[in-house]
Design a protein around this ligand. Structure first.
Ligand SMILES: [Zn+2]
Ligand SMILES: [Zn+2]
Ligand SMILES: [Zn+2]
Ligand SMILES: [Zn+2]
Length: 516
């Protein structure tokens, strides 16, 4: 039996490293994986790898069988039909496309890069977005949930660190109280610990029985509506100012990401850009009048975040409904393109993109949609904080369908990355560009830039490739296939990154030479 160390998946590359791919079988299965990989690595290997390449990095690709049609987009005429039967394995592979890094690292990485491109295009222009947006006032704001009961927290009064995501500053005591009060359940309502960033207790209620889990999941569920009303109020506030000053109307375009806090509530990170409004062509992105500034935008966001709130519909368990408003913590910062402010366009885009690949993992809970047969595994009225949140969403969901539907997301049913229609290009456009590019060219180090450059051509494209395909299964056919495909994709990614590093190094050298 040959061991994995002699197998090179692509010529001239290092041997297979166990674990380099994303297959989840234990290492003891490697000899079997290697033997199936060796069978695959024989005749037709390169054709096969080429064929599976669009999905090569994916953990659970979808297998499809049927016909691929080339269609004239204007007339609908089918120009060519190619059955998948004649292709390697008789099927085509489609990447699962899951955005969550814990589900599929490769697809999540693709999603993150697309998210970065589209958020950034909205700030600096490019592709279908005019470059003039770079001159529009813009702020980056974080909206938080209110308190549903005291939880263990880490708060630093004044940061001296540079990067808050790696903060090592000394935090204040969690809940210091002079009088050491206790709750009706006899538990202390004080905590004098200075919690470190990785402390497991962070986000946990001081008393699970006092904490209002119902209000919490209802708030998560209604957060999208709260955002909608808030954005409307921001625009109205700005337009009142514009009218007072005799200026034309303005509009706010946004991109935003939802992020779960350790306590299981959702925060919104939103990028708000001030646009003008062309009454004759509402789709056009134009600069706002010079009389409305970033200070006005800042003020409008603060005003709306404090003023907007509503009460939900009555619920049989809670006839008065629940109040829905933002928490007191609000962070608003102007975005600069020059890098001399606190946040730059690249930082903001990177930040939003990163959150878009995460879900509830930070709360310690991660499951798929729950039903009557699986709910018991994750919900418990006397259990942990997250088990109680899932339970609350499930129970209240008996009358509010969307709470039950999103019980596995602790009530929140919104998208993780959303944007106003006119903010930037779309995910679909980026996906189309990528598929189109894959079908027309080989991949090189400039892959990302080239596929974006293709975007402009796409609109004028007259033929489409569409599939008349049926589902043939999920996942790779064998562990060996998973190993080969994932490893090859991983290596290609490393080459791309190495190429970029090389370039960055050269640029740094170039600048050093200039400076000398
Ligand atoms: Zn995938
Ligand atoms: Zn504490
Ligand atoms: Zn700090
Ligand atoms: Zn209590």
């Amino acid at each position: 039996m040959t061991t994995g160390s002699t197998l090179a998946p692509t010529p001239g590359t290092a041997p297979v490293v166990p674990g380099a791919g994303a297959n989840t079988e234990p290492a003891t299965r490697l000899p079997l994986a290697t033997s199936t990989a060796l069978a695959r690595a024989g005749a037709g290997y390169f054709d096969w790898l080429d064929h599976v390449w669009p999905a090569a990095g994916c953990t659970h690709p979808i297998r499809l069988a049927g016909d691929l049609l080339t269609v004239n987009a204007t007339t609908g005429e089918v120009l060519r039909s190619v059955p998948t039967e004649g292709m390697p394995d008789g099927i085509i592979y489609k990447a699962c496309g899951n955005r969550r890094a814990t589900v599929c690292p490769s697809c999540a990485e693709t999603y993150r890069r697309d998210a970065y491109q589209l958020v950034r295009a909205g700030l600096i222009g490019g592709k279908t977005v005019p470059a003039s947006v770079a001159g529009h006032p813009a702020v980056f704001a974080t909206f938080t949930a209110p308190s549903f009961g005291p939880v263990h927290t880490r708060h630093v009064r004044r940061h001296t660190c540079r990067d808050k995501t790696r903060c090592t500053c000394r935090p204040a005591p969690c809940h210091a109280r002079r009088d050491s009060p206790v709750c009706p359940h006899g538990r202390p309502l004080a905590c004098y610990a200075r919690h470190e960033r990785e402390d497991q207790v962070l986000g946990q209620p001081l008393c699970l029985d006092c904490y209002d889990h119902d209000h919490h999941v209802v708030w998560n569920n209604q957060a999208g509506e709260l955002w909608r009303r808030t954005k409307q109020a921001i625009e109205r506030h700005l337009n009142r100012a514009a009218r007072r000053r005799g200026l034309p109307r303005v509009r706010v375009s946004h991109g935003k990401a939802a992020e779960y806090q350790a306590r299981g509530s959702v925060h919104f990170h939103a990028l708000l850009r001030l646009d003008g409004l062309d009454p004759d062509d509402k789709a056009r992105i134009i600069p706002p009048p010079p009389g409305i500034t970033v200070a006005d935008l800042d003020e409008a966001v603060r005003y709306a975040a404090a003023a907007i709130g509503f009460t939900t519909d009555p619920h049989p368990e809670h006839p008065a409904g629940w109040p829905i408003a933002w928490g007191e913590q609000l962070d608003v910062r102007p975005i600069t393109l020059t890098g001399d402010g606190t946040v730059t366009d690249a930082m903001v885009a990177g930040y939003l993109a990163k959150y878009s690949t995460k879900g509830t993992e930070v709360t310690g809970h991660a499951s798929r949609r729950l039903d009557a047969s699986t709910i018991r595994l994750y919900a418990d009225p006397k259990g942990t904080h997250t088990e109680r949140l899932v339970q609350a969403a499930w129970d209240l969901g008996q009358h509010w369908e969307s709470l039950r539907r999103w019980a596995h997301m602790l009530g929140f049913g919104g998208h993780f990355l959303t944007k106003a229609r006119r903010y930037s290009i779309t995910f679909a456009a980026l996906r189309d560009a990528r598929v189109h590019y894959r079908r027309t060219q080989a991949q090189g180090p400039d892959y990302d830039q080239q596929r974006l450059d293709r975007q402009d051509d796409l609109d004028t494209e007259t033929t489409l490739i569409v599939g008349r395909l049926t589902y043939a299964g999920t996942g790779w056919k064998t562990t060996g296939d998973a190993l080969l495909a994932n490893t090859a994709a991983d290596q290609a990614r490393r080459y791309r990154e190495a190429g970029r590093e090389e370039l960055a190094h050269q640029n740094a050298l170039g600048q050093a030479t200039h400076a000398a």
